[in-house]
Design a protein around this ligand. Structure first.
Ligand code: PEP
Ligand code: MN
Length: 274
C-alpha cells in the first residue's frame, strides 16, 4: 500500500528534474557536482575552496553552518554568520549554495540565505522539519537516514512533496552496517532502485559514505556508472586541520583529479559533466 502511494506522489511532481539557478539536476541533465567543506570555518577558506572547485567543475557549493555533530563537544558550526558567508561567496562566484537545516524553526531564515536546503541523515525522519520544508519554494536535498530503508527514505520525501514542494533531490550517503573499515556502507543499489520507483533526482555523497579520502574517487566513479544524477563531495584546503570530517575530505587538487576520472566514466555512460 505504501508502495502505490510512493509511485503516485513521486511521479506527480515536477518530473525528474530540479533546477536551481542555472543548474539542472536530473536524469536528462548533465552530472551535477556539489562540492565544498563539511563546515564553513571562515570566509577566506570558503571562498578559496569554492573558487577552486568551481574551476574544476563544481556547479554548486556546499558548507555546513549548523552542524549535526555526534558529540556536543565537537565544533557545532558558525550558525547564521556562516550562512551569510556562504551566501556572499555564492553570489560573488555566481553559483547556487546548499547548507543543512536541522530545525523547523530555522527554515525561513535559511531560505533567505541558501538556494537549496539540506536535510541531514540524522534528520531524515524529523517530520515537523519535513512538513515545514513542504511549505517553501526552494529545492531540498534529502539525505538517506543512517539506518533507513529505501521505502522510509521515499516516504520522507513524500512528507515534503505532499505539502506542495516537489523540488526534492534524494542523496544516498551510505547506511550503517556491520562493516567497520568504511564509515558507512555505500548502497549503490539504492540509486537503481530509486530510479525504478520514483522520478526524483538522486545524487550520491561518497565522502560520508566511505569516510576516507582515498575511497572517495573510486566510489564517485561507481556512483556515476550506477546512474547517479550528481555527486556531493567534501573538499577542504587543508584536510588535516579541518574542524570536521577532515579524514574524508579531498584537497582541491585531489578534487581536480577525481573530476578528470569521473568525466571519463560519465562519458562512457553517456552523461555530460557541466
Ligand atoms: C554533511 O553533509 O555534512 C552531513 C552531516 O552529512 P550526513 O547528514 O549525510 O551525515
Ligand atoms: Mn561532513
Amino acid at each position: 500500500m505504501a508502495d502505490s502511494k510512493i509511485e503516485s506522489m513521486s511521479s506527480a511532481g515536477a518530473g525528474n528534474e530540479v533546477s536551481v539557478g542555472g543548474l539542472r539536476i536530473g536524469a536528462s541533465a548533465p552530472l551535477a557536482v556539489i562540492a565544498g567543506p563539511c563546515a564553513i570555518e571562515n570566509e577566506h577558506m570558503l571562498r578559496e575552496t569554492a573558487r577552486q572547485v568551481i574551476k574544476y567543475g563544481a556547479g554548486m557549493i556546499r558548507g555546513g553552518a549548523f552542524k549535526p555533530r555526534t558529540s556536543p563537544y565537537s565544533f557545532q558550526g558558525l550558525g547564521l554568520p556562516g550562512l551569510k558567508m556562504l551566501h556572499r561567496v555564492g553570489r560573488e562566484l555566481g553559483v547556487p549554495v546548499v547548507s543543512e537545516v536541522m530545525d523547523s524553526g530555522d527554515v525561513e531564515v535559511m531560505a533567505e540565505y541558501v538556494d537549496v536546503l539540506q536535510v541531514g541523515a540524522r534528520n531524515m525522519q524529523n517530520f515537523p522539519l519535513l512538513k515545514k520544508l513542504g511549505t517553501i519554494d526552494k529545492p531540498v536535498v534529502l539525505k538517506r537516514g543512517l539506518a533507513a530503508t529505501i521505502e522510509e527514505w521515499l516516504l520522507a520525501a513524500e512528507y515534503i512533496m505532499v505539502g506542495g514542494n516537489k523540488k526534492v533531490i534524494l542523496c544516498e550517503r551510505g547506511i550503517r552496517t556491520h562493516e567497520r573499515w568504511t564509515r558507512n556502507t555505500l548502497d549503490l543499489s539504492a540509486v537503481a532502485v530509486v530510479k525504478s520507483r520514483s522520478n526524483l533526482p538522486v545524487i550520491v555523497d561518497p565522502s560520508h559514505a566511505t569516510g576516507y579520502t582515498h575511497l572517495v574517487a573510486p566510489m564517485a566513479k561507481a556512483a556515476v556508472a550506477a546512474g547517479a544524477d550528481g555527486l556531493m563531495i567534501e573538499v577542504h584546503p587543508c584536510p588535516e586541520n579541518a574542524m570536521s570530517d577532515g579524514q574524508q575530505s579531498l584537497t582541491p587538487e585531489q578534487f581536480r583529479e577525481m573530476m578528470a576520472e569521473v568525466s571519463r566514466v560519465a562519458a562512457a555512460v553517456g552523461r555530460d559533466v557541466v
